[in-house]
Design a protein around this ligand. Structure first.
Ligand code: CAA
Length: 445
């Protein structure tokens, strides 16, 4: 069977940075530890006034194609996943293809282009679409370019403002991939939920506390569905478990729930029984509330054990490093988590080839997806080529007044004059509006 998966990856961050404990928390009159300890965030990325989902996506794709020596003729499909689209008809992928055609020889006239929407899970769905297209043998030897790009901005003073971010991830999906091969087995947890939505509006309507519960409920369903096709999972089977990361504190909760589920009836539950007892079973309780309370207590005790903490430090914590510095990138977030884990392995000289990852994606509204990935021999070279650390280092750090101005600059309902805070270099920039209201772009050398 043909091996299909992620062959290459590039990450592009917005060029601005907001220090959450240092700048945002004091301006909001909040304790900085809410950010560092509670949400698990240090800073968030923002787009400068000349950046948007097209420039960030095109810049990530440009770097990827340039580094891999690809030309448009090598790409048979361009799918963009975003929940920040500005056009209900013309997909972002056409804008990005237009940008790329300005700098590469040839064109994408025979590539299928589209835009995927299901909140943050759309990035993984686009990877799926590309995987299926290749496995169906419809790709004519060509690869697919999947770009997850978002400006995750919330209305000012919405609790979600703490978790903003902006950036793009470009992935090349191909046969015989260098980074990871995807499993055919997948699990889904999907339900009609009203937790986070943007009904014809730029900034989301969010029921934040509920969104956390919906994330956990759908992720548990997806994990159970995955196990129903792939067989029981065990924590020791996976080197890393990247989750969708709206903020690291969310993953802390998801990891505890996932771990509790997969250790049930295993040697791990037996080993921990002396210390914290066995997991509550529903049949031992008269009502749901008592069972849920007992489960909550067991989970809290579980996360205090050395056993759990060692697993968490090794398997989950490394997936969160980049996220702590960039915030939520919506569709790109789980793909940033995977890259973060692989960077950790590279820096620590871990031999990952042949090892497995379990990937948990999530989109509000709501749907979770779980699948496994097998790390391929070429992962070191690909991950070693990432420039995200340098990019993060180069970001311009915003004062609170500058943050307010840049938030206004990206607010579609406001018409404000803003000056650039950074100087674009070797990247695509927004270049004003065309006669039909289209956005125009140019490449700055
Ligand atoms: N020291 C240490 N910890 C502190 C603290 C302090 N001084 N102050 C607060 N905290 C902790 C809190 O206890 C809490 O942690 P727990 O949940 O583990 O108890 C955490 O910091 C956050 O504090 P609050 O709950 O008080 O924060 P909040 O009311 O401002 O809201 C939020 C948090 C609901 C996540 C909000 O930021 C939000 O609405 N975010 C957007 C929605 C979101 O990201 N939801 C996630 C699931 S949906 C999803 O994943 C899709 C997506 O990408 C949007």
């Amino acid at each position: 069977m043909t091996s299909v998966g992620i062959d290459a990856i590039e990450i592009w961050t917005g060029n601005l940075e907001l220090d959450l404990p240092g700048t945002f928390a004091p301006a909001k009159g909040e304790d900085p530890e809410k950010y560092t300890k509670g949400l698990g965030l240090q800073s968030s990325s923002f787009p400068d006034s000349y950046e948007d989902i097209v420039t960030m996506g095109a810049n990530a794709a440009y770097r990827l194609m340039d580094r891999k020596g690809l030309e448009p003729v090598d790409i048979g499909r361009i799918d963009v996943a975003t929940e920040s689209a500005f056009d209900n008809s013309k997909p972002v992928s056409t804008y990005i293809a237009g940008c790329l055609e300005d700098v590469f020889e040839g064109d994408f006239h025979h590539a299928n282009k589209g835009e995927r929407k299901f909140a943050c899970v759309a990035g993984t769905q686009s990877v799926d679409d590309a995987y299926n297209w290749i496995r169906a043998g419809r790709n004519r030897g060509r690869a697919a370019l999947v770009i997850a790009t978002d400006t995750a901005l919330y209305a000012r003073d919405d609790p979600g403002e703490a978790t903003q971010g902006a950036g793009a991830v470009a992935m090349l999906i191909d046969e015989d991939p260098n980074i990871v091969e995807l499993s055919t087995e997948q699990g889904y947890g999907s339900a009609d939920e009203t937790d986070f939505l943007k009904p014809q509006q730029q900034f989301p309507s969010v029921d934040g506390k509920r969104s956390v519960q919906v994330y956990l409920a759908r992720m548990r369903e997806a994990l159970e569905d995955y196990e129903s096709v792939a067989g029981d999972t065990h924590p020791d089977n996976f080197s890393y478990i990247p989750f969708h990361t709206p903020f690291p504190g969310m993953v802390r909760k998801a990891a505890a729930l996932g771990y509790r589920n997969v250790i049930r009836d295993t040697d791990v539950e037996d080993t921990l029984a002396d210390e914290i007892g066995r997991q509550p079973r529903p049949e031992a309780f008269g009502d749901d509330d008592a069972f849920l309370e007992a489960t909550k207590e067991y989970t809290e005790a579980l996360t205090e054990t050395d056993h759990y903490q060692t697993w968490y430090e090794g398997t989950i914590e490394p997936t969160l490093t980049i996220s702590r510095s960039v915030g939520n990138w919506y569709t790109g977030s789980v793909h940033v988590a995977r890259a973060s884990a692989l960077q950790h392995a590279l820096e620590n000289d871990v031999d990952l080839a042949g090892e497995k990852l379990l990937v948990g994606s999530y989109g509000s509204g709501a749907q979770a997806e779980v699948h496994a990935e097998t790390v391929r021999d070429g992962w070191r070279e690909e991950i070693g080529a990432l420039s995200i650390d340098d990019q993060l280092e180069r970001r311009y750090s915003l004062s609170f007044a500058e943050y307010e101005a840049i938030h206004d600059a990206h607010n579609h309902d406001k018409d404000v004059e803003t000056t650039e805070l950074t100087t674009p270099e070797h990247e695509f920039v927004f270049d004003g509006w065309g006669r039909m209201g289209e956005r125009k772009y140019r490449f700055v050398e």
